[in-house]
Ligand binder design. Structure first.
Ligand SMILES: [Zn+2]
Length: 382
């Protein structure tokens, strides 16, 4: 289960849509996702939210939670959004916070969200600090342009707001061990996630490997090697509650643009489970740590159940744990067939995904005919 994906659709269907996003999820072993509202048009009105839920309902039967975009100006719309199916507000992006009035806006948003009882998913980078940067602007400086200080300032600010208003907050894709320490020291019930790319790729290594430098452009940026290692260490020790992919597809030609115009984002639905389970297979961490981060806690966050229960259709992922292979983005079901993880060797593959009691994905080459037949027979009659 992945609490942070961008299925795009609508006017951005050339990047991804509900159908291709679902295919990517199933191929990656995911049966449930939380989908972000920065579509075009963005989901910031109740009317658009209802339209999205209705359209996605026709296009996919994946379990989907729909997030609601941070509303411009008056946050009193949040109650209506909640009633009409919004699962949370967010991800609240630094650029919109700045556009809508900065700290004053955030304060009003947090106050209203607490009053209404809707959680906020925060993309934590301080836009004012980002804007203060005046050095060179290119892919090599992305981690300086949106430096660690921007994340730390935002985390600090959000902790203050949660302390003041008691808002339910989730900070998504944190990149710094210090951010996690700050949350822990606050003693507040703030949840967070990290992504596989921030744990497994430094900016330097990514730029050295990737075919296009824009494949490494993601917000918040990939950090330096020391930071990346420390973040990964926290994960293998079980100190990272949730791993989310932040699956952010774009068209390949958009990644040919120069630094300032290249859209940020890395696709992750089809690489996250194999990468993390490989950490387990190679003895860096135990299976429980991985499963809690990609199944148990995301399920809790999304309000879904994990476990065997009588009388329900199965959502089930079958993993082949002896399937050493290299990541081939050309084989992705996502429309974005590129990734900085291209060529990474993994030991694990998704063999099959069962959704609502039906075989919804078969990982060719990773499951044999007999097993598929056995599965089909077992699933007959639900
Ligand atoms: Zn995102």
């Amino acid at each position: 289960m992945d609490i942070h994906v961008h299925f795009r659709d609508f006017e951005l269907s050339y990047k991804e849509d509900a159908v291709s996003g679902t295919q990517a999820a199933l191929a990656g072993g995911y049966v449930a996702v939380g989908d972000m509202p920065n579509t075009k048009p963005p989901i910031k009105t109740v009317e658009l939210l209802r339209r999205k839920i209705e359209e996605f309902g026709r296009k996919t039967n994946l379990h989907i939670r729909h997030y609601f975009g941070a509303p411009p100006q008056d946050p009193s719309i949040l109650k209506d959004a909640l009633i009409n199916g919004a699962y949370a507000v967010g991800e609240v992006l630094p650029e919109e916070v700045l556009d809508y009035g900065g700290d004053q806006y955030l304060e009003a948003l947090f106050r209203e969200a607490a009053r209404v009882g809707i959680p906020i998913v925060m993309h934590c980078e301080d836009p004012v600090i980002i804007n203060q940067y005046s050095g060179p602007r290119d892919f090599e400086h992305h981690n300086a342009i949106r430096g660690p200080r921007a994340e730390l300032a935002c985390v600090h600010n959000i902790i203050k707001l949660v302390y003041r208003y008691g808002t339910k907050v989730h900070m998504t894709h944190l990149t710094l061990p210090q951010s996690i320490s700050m949350i822990r020291l606050s003693g507040l019930d703030i949840t967070f996630d990290v992504t596989p790319h921030h744990m497994l790729l430094s900016q330097e290594e990514c730029l050295a490997r990737a075919e296009k430098p824009a494949y490494c452009k993601v917000n918040p940026p990939l950090r330096d090697e020391t930071t990346r290692r420390e973040l990964l260490t926290m994960f293998v020790r079980g100190e990272v509650p949730i791993v989310a992919s932040d699956h952010a597809p774009h068209a390949d030609w958009e990644k040919d643009r120069p630094y300032d115009e290249a859209p940020p984002g890395i696709v992750g639905l089809e690489t996250t489970a194999p990468l993390l389970l490989t950490l387990w297979r190679r003895g860096f961490t135990d299976l429980g740590t991985v499963m809690r981060a990609i199944q148990e806690r995301p399920a809790k966050f999304l309000g879904l159940n994990v476990g065997i229960r009588q009388g329900f259709c199965a959502d089930l992922t079958i993993i082949n744990t002896k399937a050493r292979h290299r990541i081939e983005p050309e084989r992705f079901r996502s429309k974005a067939k590129f990734s900085p993880f291209k060529g990474f060797e993994v030991d694990v593959a998704v063999a099959a995904t069962i959704l609502h009691g039906k075989l919804a994905y078969i990982g060719e080459g990773y499951i044999d005919e007999t097993t598929v037949k056995t599965l089909e027979n077992a699933l007959q009659g639900g």
